[in-house]
Design a protein around this ligand. Structure first.
Ligand code: FAD
Ligand code: SF4
Length: 400
Protein backbone atom coordinates (compact mmCIF):
# COMPACT_ATOMS: atom_id res chain seq x y z
CA UNK A 1 0.00 0.00 0.00
CA UNK A 2 1.05 3.62 -0.56
CA UNK A 3 2.77 5.41 2.33
CA UNK A 4 3.85 8.97 3.13
CA UNK A 5 7.15 9.84 1.35
CA UNK A 6 6.59 7.18 -1.34
CA UNK A 7 7.56 8.21 -4.86
CA UNK A 8 6.53 6.78 -8.21
CA UNK A 9 6.04 7.57 -11.89
CA UNK A 10 2.34 7.75 -12.70
CA UNK A 11 0.17 8.14 -15.80
CA UNK A 12 -3.47 7.70 -16.73
CA UNK A 13 -4.86 4.31 -17.74
CA UNK A 14 -7.34 6.25 -19.91
CA UNK A 15 -5.70 7.00 -23.30
CA UNK A 16 -7.80 10.12 -23.84
CA UNK A 17 -6.85 11.66 -20.47
CA UNK A 18 -3.21 10.58 -20.89
CA UNK A 19 -3.16 12.44 -24.19
CA UNK A 20 -4.96 15.56 -22.92
CA UNK A 21 -2.86 15.79 -19.73
CA UNK A 22 0.44 17.66 -19.63
CA UNK A 23 2.62 14.67 -18.68
CA UNK A 24 0.39 11.59 -18.84
CA UNK A 25 -2.75 13.02 -17.21
CA UNK A 26 -2.30 11.58 -13.69
CA UNK A 27 -3.68 14.72 -12.01
CA UNK A 28 -6.77 14.85 -14.22
CA UNK A 29 -7.40 11.12 -13.75
CA UNK A 30 -7.03 11.29 -9.97
CA UNK A 31 -9.43 14.23 -9.88
CA UNK A 32 -11.95 12.34 -11.99
CA UNK A 33 -11.68 9.24 -9.79
CA UNK A 34 -12.10 11.25 -6.58
CA UNK A 35 -15.18 13.01 -7.94
CA UNK A 36 -16.79 9.92 -9.48
CA UNK A 37 -16.47 8.05 -6.21
CA UNK A 38 -17.99 10.79 -4.06
CA UNK A 39 -14.76 11.35 -2.10
CA UNK A 40 -15.27 15.09 -2.74
CA UNK A 41 -18.28 17.17 -3.80
CA UNK A 42 -16.32 19.10 -6.42
CA UNK A 43 -12.92 19.68 -7.95
CA UNK A 44 -11.35 23.13 -8.18
CA UNK A 45 -8.93 23.32 -11.08
CA UNK A 46 -7.94 25.63 -13.91
CA UNK A 47 -9.06 25.77 -17.52
CA UNK A 48 -8.00 27.70 -20.58
CA UNK A 49 -10.04 30.88 -21.03
CA UNK A 50 -9.87 33.17 -24.07
CA UNK A 51 -6.43 31.86 -25.06
CA UNK A 52 -3.39 29.97 -23.78
CA UNK A 53 -2.40 32.98 -21.66
CA UNK A 54 -5.72 33.19 -19.86
CA UNK A 55 -6.18 30.72 -17.00
CA UNK A 56 -9.57 30.61 -15.35
CA UNK A 57 -10.51 28.80 -12.13
CA UNK A 58 -13.22 26.20 -12.63
CA UNK A 59 -15.33 24.36 -10.04
CA UNK A 60 -16.30 21.02 -11.51
CA UNK A 61 -18.97 18.72 -10.13
CA UNK A 62 -19.61 16.56 -13.18
CA UNK A 63 -16.77 14.02 -13.68
CA UNK A 64 -17.30 14.24 -17.46
CA UNK A 65 -16.20 17.88 -17.36
CA UNK A 66 -12.86 17.11 -15.70
CA UNK A 67 -10.92 16.80 -18.93
CA UNK A 68 -11.54 20.52 -19.62
CA UNK A 69 -8.96 21.21 -16.91
CA UNK A 70 -6.16 18.98 -18.27
CA UNK A 71 -2.79 20.58 -19.14
CA UNK A 72 -0.49 23.17 -17.55
CA UNK A 73 -1.04 26.88 -18.12
CA UNK A 74 2.25 28.61 -17.39
CA UNK A 75 0.65 32.05 -17.52
CA UNK A 76 -1.86 30.86 -14.94
CA UNK A 77 -1.16 33.38 -12.20
CA UNK A 78 -4.41 32.69 -10.40
CA UNK A 79 -5.34 33.26 -6.82
CA UNK A 80 -6.72 29.77 -6.08
CA UNK A 81 -6.50 30.12 -2.29
CA UNK A 82 -8.64 33.27 -2.42
CA UNK A 83 -11.24 31.36 -4.44
CA UNK A 84 -11.32 28.73 -1.69
CA UNK A 85 -11.47 31.21 1.20
CA UNK A 86 -13.74 33.86 -0.25
CA UNK A 87 -15.91 32.29 -2.92
CA UNK A 88 -16.22 28.79 -1.43
CA UNK A 89 -16.66 30.22 2.07
CA UNK A 90 -13.57 28.49 3.43
CA UNK A 91 -15.12 25.06 2.62
CA UNK A 92 -17.67 25.26 5.44
CA UNK A 93 -20.22 23.34 3.36
CA UNK A 94 -18.32 21.74 0.51
CA UNK A 95 -15.56 19.17 0.25
CA UNK A 96 -13.15 19.72 -2.62
CA UNK A 97 -9.93 18.56 -4.23
CA UNK A 98 -7.86 21.42 -5.61
CA UNK A 99 -4.87 21.50 -7.95
CA UNK A 100 -2.38 23.86 -6.42
CA UNK A 101 1.02 25.32 -7.13
CA UNK A 102 3.36 25.69 -4.11
CA UNK A 103 2.28 29.29 -3.38
CA UNK A 104 -1.39 28.24 -3.53
CA UNK A 105 -0.70 25.33 -1.18
CA UNK A 106 1.34 27.45 1.24
CA UNK A 107 -1.36 30.11 1.37
CA UNK A 108 -4.02 27.46 1.98
CA UNK A 109 -1.92 26.17 4.91
CA UNK A 110 -1.75 29.70 6.36
CA UNK A 111 -5.51 30.10 5.96
CA UNK A 112 -6.13 26.73 7.66
CA UNK A 113 -4.10 27.91 10.66
CA UNK A 114 -6.11 31.11 10.83
CA UNK A 115 -9.33 29.08 10.87
CA UNK A 116 -10.38 30.48 7.47
CA UNK A 117 -10.34 27.18 5.56
CA UNK A 118 -11.58 23.82 6.84
CA UNK A 119 -8.74 21.36 6.42
CA UNK A 120 -11.02 18.28 6.67
CA UNK A 121 -12.83 19.39 3.54
CA UNK A 122 -9.69 19.97 1.48
CA UNK A 123 -7.51 17.64 -0.56
CA UNK A 124 -4.51 19.40 -2.09
CA UNK A 125 -3.18 17.83 -5.28
CA UNK A 126 0.04 19.80 -5.63
CA UNK A 127 1.82 20.47 -8.90
CA UNK A 128 5.51 21.37 -8.93
CA UNK A 129 6.11 24.86 -10.21
CA UNK A 130 9.24 26.49 -11.58
CA UNK A 131 7.38 29.77 -12.05
CA UNK A 132 4.56 31.46 -13.90
CA UNK A 133 4.75 34.21 -16.51
CA UNK A 134 2.65 37.39 -16.72
CA UNK A 135 0.04 36.86 -19.46
CA UNK A 136 0.09 40.23 -21.26
CA UNK A 137 3.86 40.60 -21.20
CA UNK A 138 4.30 37.01 -22.40
CA UNK A 139 2.09 37.59 -25.44
CA UNK A 140 4.15 40.68 -26.29
CA UNK A 141 7.42 38.82 -25.73
CA UNK A 142 6.38 36.01 -28.07
CA UNK A 143 5.46 38.52 -30.75
CA UNK A 144 8.46 40.83 -30.43
CA UNK A 145 11.32 38.67 -29.13
CA UNK A 146 10.43 35.22 -30.47
CA UNK A 147 8.88 36.77 -33.60
CA UNK A 148 6.05 34.24 -33.47
CA UNK A 149 2.29 34.73 -33.49
CA UNK A 150 1.10 34.30 -29.86
CA UNK A 151 -2.25 33.00 -31.12
CA UNK A 152 -0.54 30.16 -32.96
CA UNK A 153 1.38 28.92 -29.93
CA UNK A 154 0.36 25.40 -28.87
CA UNK A 155 2.82 24.90 -26.03
CA UNK A 156 5.18 26.93 -23.85
CA UNK A 157 7.46 25.35 -21.29
CA UNK A 158 10.66 25.94 -19.36
CA UNK A 159 13.09 23.05 -19.78
CA UNK A 160 16.86 22.87 -19.30
CA UNK A 161 17.02 26.57 -18.45
CA UNK A 162 15.29 27.67 -21.66
CA UNK A 163 11.84 29.00 -22.40
CA UNK A 164 10.60 26.97 -25.36
CA UNK A 165 7.76 28.27 -27.49
CA UNK A 166 6.10 25.89 -29.95
CA UNK A 167 3.60 26.37 -32.77
CA UNK A 168 2.36 23.54 -35.03
CA UNK A 169 5.29 24.10 -37.43
CA UNK A 170 7.95 25.91 -35.47
CA UNK A 171 9.86 25.82 -32.19
CA UNK A 172 12.15 28.48 -30.71
CA UNK A 173 14.01 28.60 -27.41
CA UNK A 174 15.79 31.36 -25.50
CA UNK A 175 17.71 30.95 -22.21
CA UNK A 176 15.46 32.07 -19.38
CA UNK A 177 18.38 34.05 -17.81
CA UNK A 178 18.70 36.15 -20.95
CA UNK A 179 14.97 36.89 -20.93
CA UNK A 180 14.92 37.71 -17.23
CA UNK A 181 17.92 40.03 -17.49
CA UNK A 182 15.74 42.02 -19.91
CA UNK A 183 12.80 42.08 -17.48
CA UNK A 184 10.93 39.29 -19.32
CA UNK A 185 10.24 35.64 -18.49
CA UNK A 186 8.84 34.62 -15.10
CA UNK A 187 7.12 37.01 -12.70
CA UNK A 188 9.61 38.64 -10.29
CA UNK A 189 8.03 36.92 -7.26
CA UNK A 190 8.41 33.52 -8.98
CA UNK A 191 12.07 34.28 -9.67
CA UNK A 192 12.52 34.70 -5.90
CA UNK A 193 10.51 31.58 -4.97
CA UNK A 194 12.52 28.70 -3.49
CA UNK A 195 9.58 26.30 -3.05
CA UNK A 196 9.16 24.38 -6.29
CA UNK A 197 7.82 21.10 -4.90
CA UNK A 198 4.69 21.66 -2.78
CA UNK A 199 5.56 19.45 0.17
CA UNK A 200 2.79 21.08 2.20
CA UNK A 201 0.14 19.65 -0.18
CA UNK A 202 -1.13 16.07 0.17
CA UNK A 203 1.01 15.04 -2.78
CA UNK A 204 3.13 16.72 -5.47
CA UNK A 205 3.22 15.88 -9.16
CA UNK A 206 5.71 17.18 -11.69
CA UNK A 207 7.79 16.23 -14.70
CA UNK A 208 11.23 16.66 -13.11
CA UNK A 209 12.94 13.29 -12.71
CA UNK A 210 10.91 11.34 -15.26
CA UNK A 211 13.61 9.90 -17.52
CA UNK A 212 13.83 7.00 -19.95
CA UNK A 213 10.93 5.76 -22.08
CA UNK A 214 8.32 7.42 -19.83
CA UNK A 215 9.82 10.93 -20.22
CA UNK A 216 7.04 13.27 -21.32
CA UNK A 217 4.41 10.54 -20.83
CA UNK A 218 4.31 10.23 -17.05
CA UNK A 219 4.59 12.44 -14.02
CA UNK A 220 6.71 12.03 -10.89
CA UNK A 221 4.59 11.70 -7.75
CA UNK A 222 5.70 12.21 -4.16
CA UNK A 223 3.27 11.62 -1.29
CA UNK A 224 3.24 14.01 1.67
CA UNK A 225 0.24 13.06 3.84
CA UNK A 226 -1.75 10.05 4.98
CA UNK A 227 -4.76 11.56 3.17
CA UNK A 228 -2.76 11.70 -0.06
CA UNK A 229 -1.47 8.14 0.41
CA UNK A 230 -5.00 6.84 0.94
CA UNK A 231 -6.34 8.47 -2.26
CA UNK A 232 -3.43 7.18 -4.35
CA UNK A 233 -3.85 3.71 -2.90
CA UNK A 234 -7.52 3.68 -3.87
CA UNK A 235 -6.90 5.08 -7.38
CA UNK A 236 -4.10 2.55 -8.05
CA UNK A 237 -6.22 -0.37 -6.75
CA UNK A 238 -9.10 0.78 -8.96
CA UNK A 239 -6.74 0.63 -11.96
CA UNK A 240 -7.45 4.20 -13.13
CA UNK A 241 -3.76 5.14 -13.02
CA UNK A 242 -0.65 3.15 -13.82
CA UNK A 243 2.57 3.42 -11.86
CA UNK A 244 6.20 2.43 -12.03
CA UNK A 245 9.10 2.67 -9.57
CA UNK A 246 11.11 5.83 -10.31
CA UNK A 247 14.58 5.31 -11.78
CA UNK A 248 17.19 6.16 -9.04
CA UNK A 249 18.98 8.45 -11.50
CA UNK A 250 15.63 10.22 -12.04
CA UNK A 251 15.23 10.86 -8.31
CA UNK A 252 18.74 12.30 -8.29
CA UNK A 253 18.07 14.54 -11.30
CA UNK A 254 14.84 15.83 -9.74
CA UNK A 255 16.71 16.76 -6.56
CA UNK A 256 19.50 18.41 -8.55
CA UNK A 257 17.12 20.54 -10.64
CA UNK A 258 15.22 21.53 -7.52
CA UNK A 259 18.47 22.55 -5.80
CA UNK A 260 19.60 24.62 -8.78
CA UNK A 261 16.22 26.41 -8.78
CA UNK A 262 16.59 27.10 -5.04
CA UNK A 263 20.05 28.56 -5.69
CA UNK A 264 18.68 30.77 -8.45
CA UNK A 265 15.87 31.95 -6.17
CA UNK A 266 18.34 32.81 -3.42
CA UNK A 267 20.36 34.84 -5.91
CA UNK A 268 17.22 36.71 -6.98
CA UNK A 269 16.32 37.41 -3.34
CA UNK A 270 19.80 38.72 -2.69
CA UNK A 271 19.58 41.01 -5.69
CA UNK A 272 16.12 42.23 -4.66
CA UNK A 273 16.69 42.96 -0.98
CA UNK A 274 19.93 41.33 0.20
CA UNK A 275 21.45 44.64 1.27
CA UNK A 276 18.42 45.93 3.19
CA UNK A 277 18.90 46.25 6.91
CA UNK A 278 16.85 47.28 9.91
CA UNK A 279 13.26 46.82 11.01
CA UNK A 280 10.00 47.04 9.09
CA UNK A 281 10.01 50.86 9.16
CA UNK A 282 13.59 50.97 7.84
CA UNK A 283 12.63 48.65 4.98
CA UNK A 284 9.52 50.71 4.29
CA UNK A 285 11.70 53.81 4.08
CA UNK A 286 13.89 52.09 1.48
CA UNK A 287 10.76 51.64 -0.65
CA UNK A 288 9.38 55.11 0.10
CA UNK A 289 10.05 56.41 -3.42
CA UNK A 290 8.10 53.52 -4.89
CA UNK A 291 5.27 53.87 -2.36
CA UNK A 292 5.02 57.59 -3.07
CA UNK A 293 3.14 56.52 -6.22
CA UNK A 294 0.53 54.63 -4.16
CA UNK A 295 -2.92 56.04 -4.90
CA UNK A 296 -4.66 53.96 -2.21
CA UNK A 297 -6.82 52.10 -4.66
CA UNK A 298 -6.74 49.16 -2.19
CA UNK A 299 -6.17 46.77 -5.10
CA UNK A 300 -3.29 45.00 -3.35
CA UNK A 301 -5.43 44.42 -0.28
CA UNK A 302 -8.32 43.08 -2.38
CA UNK A 303 -6.04 40.68 -4.21
CA UNK A 304 -4.13 39.50 -1.12
CA UNK A 305 -5.35 36.02 -0.14
CA UNK A 306 -4.13 36.49 3.44
CA UNK A 307 -5.71 39.95 4.00
CA UNK A 308 -9.34 39.05 4.56
CA UNK A 309 -11.06 41.21 7.22
CA UNK A 310 -14.64 41.64 5.95
CA UNK A 311 -14.49 45.34 6.84
CA UNK A 312 -11.07 46.87 6.65
CA UNK A 313 -10.52 48.98 9.77
CA UNK A 314 -8.44 51.39 7.70
CA UNK A 315 -11.50 52.28 5.66
CA UNK A 316 -14.29 51.84 8.15
CA UNK A 317 -12.79 53.63 11.16
CA UNK A 318 -12.04 57.30 11.54
CA UNK A 319 -10.19 58.97 8.70
CA UNK A 320 -7.07 56.82 9.12
CA UNK A 321 -5.99 57.22 5.53
CA UNK A 322 -6.11 60.88 4.70
CA UNK A 323 -7.16 61.35 1.12
CA UNK A 324 -5.47 63.61 -1.39
CA UNK A 325 -2.05 63.68 0.28
CA UNK A 326 1.06 63.30 -1.84
CA UNK A 327 3.06 61.35 -0.90
CA UNK A 328 0.27 59.33 0.65
CA UNK A 329 0.42 58.43 4.36
CA UNK A 330 2.09 55.04 4.90
CA UNK A 331 -0.50 53.86 7.44
CA UNK A 332 -2.37 51.69 4.96
CA UNK A 333 0.64 49.51 4.17
CA UNK A 334 1.92 49.47 7.73
CA UNK A 335 -1.58 48.55 8.93
CA UNK A 336 -1.67 45.69 6.45
CA UNK A 337 1.72 44.55 7.75
CA UNK A 338 0.20 43.80 11.13
CA UNK A 339 -2.35 41.49 9.53
CA UNK A 340 -0.49 39.59 6.86
CA UNK A 341 3.29 40.12 6.75
CA UNK A 342 4.20 36.97 8.71
CA UNK A 343 1.99 34.78 6.52
CA UNK A 344 2.85 36.38 3.16
CA UNK A 345 3.71 33.56 0.73
CA UNK A 346 5.15 35.77 -2.03
CA UNK A 347 2.26 34.78 -4.32
CA UNK A 348 2.68 38.06 -6.20
CA UNK A 349 -1.03 38.88 -6.51
CA UNK A 350 -0.57 42.37 -4.99
CA UNK A 351 2.10 43.31 -7.51
CA UNK A 352 0.09 41.87 -10.41
CA UNK A 353 -2.81 44.23 -9.75
CA UNK A 354 -1.00 47.42 -8.66
CA UNK A 355 -1.89 50.13 -11.21
CA UNK A 356 1.11 52.20 -10.07
CA UNK A 357 3.54 49.38 -10.81
CA UNK A 358 4.94 49.42 -7.29
CA UNK A 359 6.99 46.27 -6.50
CA UNK A 360 4.60 45.50 -3.65
CA UNK A 361 5.36 41.76 -3.53
CA UNK A 362 9.09 42.46 -3.36
CA UNK A 363 8.46 44.73 -0.37
CA UNK A 364 6.34 42.16 1.48
CA UNK A 365 8.76 39.37 0.63
CA UNK A 366 11.59 41.43 2.14
CA UNK A 367 9.54 42.02 5.31
CA UNK A 368 8.52 38.36 5.50
CA UNK A 369 12.13 37.26 5.23
CA UNK A 370 13.03 39.56 8.10
CA UNK A 371 10.21 38.05 10.20
CA UNK A 372 11.48 34.58 9.26
CA UNK A 373 14.97 35.52 10.46
CA UNK A 374 13.68 36.93 13.77
CA UNK A 375 11.00 34.39 14.71
CA UNK A 376 12.15 31.34 12.74
CA UNK A 377 8.62 31.04 11.33
CA UNK A 378 8.48 29.72 7.76
CA UNK A 379 5.18 30.58 6.08
CA UNK A 380 3.16 27.71 4.66
CA UNK A 381 5.60 25.06 5.80
CA UNK A 382 5.28 24.72 9.56
CA UNK A 383 2.70 22.25 10.77
CA UNK A 384 -0.69 23.45 11.95
CA UNK A 385 0.31 23.56 15.61
CA UNK A 386 2.86 26.35 14.98
CA UNK A 387 0.95 29.62 14.70
CA UNK A 388 2.37 32.55 12.77
CA UNK A 389 3.92 35.19 15.11
CA UNK A 390 1.26 37.85 14.41
CA UNK A 391 -1.57 35.42 15.20
CA UNK A 392 -0.72 36.22 18.80
CA UNK A 393 -1.05 39.95 18.20
CA UNK A 394 -3.71 41.49 20.48
CA UNK A 395 -5.87 42.78 17.60
CA UNK A 396 -6.43 39.31 16.21
CA UNK A 397 -10.12 39.74 17.03
CA UNK A 398 -10.27 42.07 14.04
CA UNK A 399 -9.87 39.06 11.80
CA UNK A 400 -12.83 37.15 13.19
P1 FAD B 1 -2.68 17.11 -15.94
O1 FAD B 1 -3.48 15.85 -15.87
O2 FAD B 1 -2.51 17.77 -17.25
O3 FAD B 1 -3.32 18.13 -14.89
C1 FAD B 1 -2.75 19.39 -14.68
C2 FAD B 1 -3.52 20.09 -13.59
O4 FAD B 1 -2.90 21.34 -13.34
C3 FAD B 1 -4.97 20.36 -13.95
O5 FAD B 1 -5.78 20.08 -12.84
C4 FAD B 1 -4.97 21.87 -14.24
O6 FAD B 1 -6.20 22.46 -13.99
C5 FAD B 1 -3.91 22.35 -13.27
N1 FAD B 1 -3.29 23.62 -13.70
C6 FAD B 1 -2.94 24.02 -14.94
N2 FAD B 1 -2.40 25.23 -14.91
C7 FAD B 1 -2.41 25.62 -13.60
C8 FAD B 1 -2.00 26.79 -12.92
N3 FAD B 1 -1.42 27.79 -13.58
N4 FAD B 1 -2.18 26.87 -11.59
C9 FAD B 1 -2.74 25.84 -10.90
N5 FAD B 1 -3.15 24.69 -11.50
C10 FAD B 1 -2.97 24.59 -12.82
N6 FAD B 1 6.62 20.31 -12.92
C11 FAD B 1 7.94 20.20 -12.70
O7 FAD B 1 8.40 19.09 -12.39
N7 FAD B 1 8.75 21.29 -12.81
C12 FAD B 1 8.28 22.53 -13.11
O8 FAD B 1 9.05 23.50 -13.20
C13 FAD B 1 6.90 22.69 -13.29
N8 FAD B 1 6.37 23.92 -13.53
C14 FAD B 1 5.01 24.06 -13.61
C15 FAD B 1 4.47 25.34 -13.72
C16 FAD B 1 3.10 25.52 -13.76
C17 FAD B 1 2.53 26.90 -13.84
C18 FAD B 1 2.23 24.39 -13.71
C19 FAD B 1 0.74 24.56 -13.75
C20 FAD B 1 2.76 23.11 -13.62
C21 FAD B 1 4.15 22.93 -13.55
N9 FAD B 1 4.72 21.66 -13.38
C22 FAD B 1 6.08 21.53 -13.20
C23 FAD B 1 3.86 20.47 -13.27
C24 FAD B 1 3.63 19.79 -14.60
O9 FAD B 1 3.49 20.71 -15.64
C25 FAD B 1 2.34 18.93 -14.57
O10 FAD B 1 1.26 19.67 -14.06
C26 FAD B 1 2.50 17.70 -13.69
O11 FAD B 1 3.60 16.94 -14.13
C27 FAD B 1 1.26 16.82 -13.76
O12 FAD B 1 1.10 16.32 -15.05
P2 FAD B 1 -0.26 15.64 -15.44
O13 FAD B 1 -0.23 15.21 -16.87
O14 FAD B 1 -0.59 14.61 -14.41
O15 FAD B 1 -1.26 16.87 -15.28
FE1 SF4 C 1 -1.25 51.42 -3.57
FE2 SF4 C 1 -0.67 49.74 -5.61
FE3 SF4 C 1 -1.84 48.81 -3.34
FE4 SF4 C 1 -3.24 50.37 -5.07
S1 SF4 C 1 -2.42 48.31 -5.47
S2 SF4 C 1 -3.19 50.54 -2.81
S3 SF4 C 1 -1.63 51.80 -5.77
S4 SF4 C 1 0.23 49.70 -3.53
Amino acid sequence: SVKVNDMCYMWSADDNLADKGEYGGAVTTLMKYILENGIVDAVLAVEKGADLYDAVPILINDPNDIEKSAGSLHCGTLNISKVVEKYLDGLKDIKIAVTCKPCDAMTLRELIKKGRVQEDNLLMIGVNCGGTMPPVQTRMMIEQVYEMDPDEVVKEEIAKGKLIIETENDEKEIPIDTLEEDGLGRRPNCQRCEVNIPQMADMALGNWGVIGPLAGKATFVEVFSAKGADILDKAISAGVVKTQEPVPKGIEIREKINQSMVNLANKAKDAAYGDLEGDILAIFNEFSDEFSRCMKCFGCREACPICYCPDCILESGPDWITKGLIPAAPLFHLGRAVHMADSCTNCGQCEDVCPSEIPVAQFWDAINNRIKAIYGYVHGIEDNSVLSPLSEYPDKGLRD
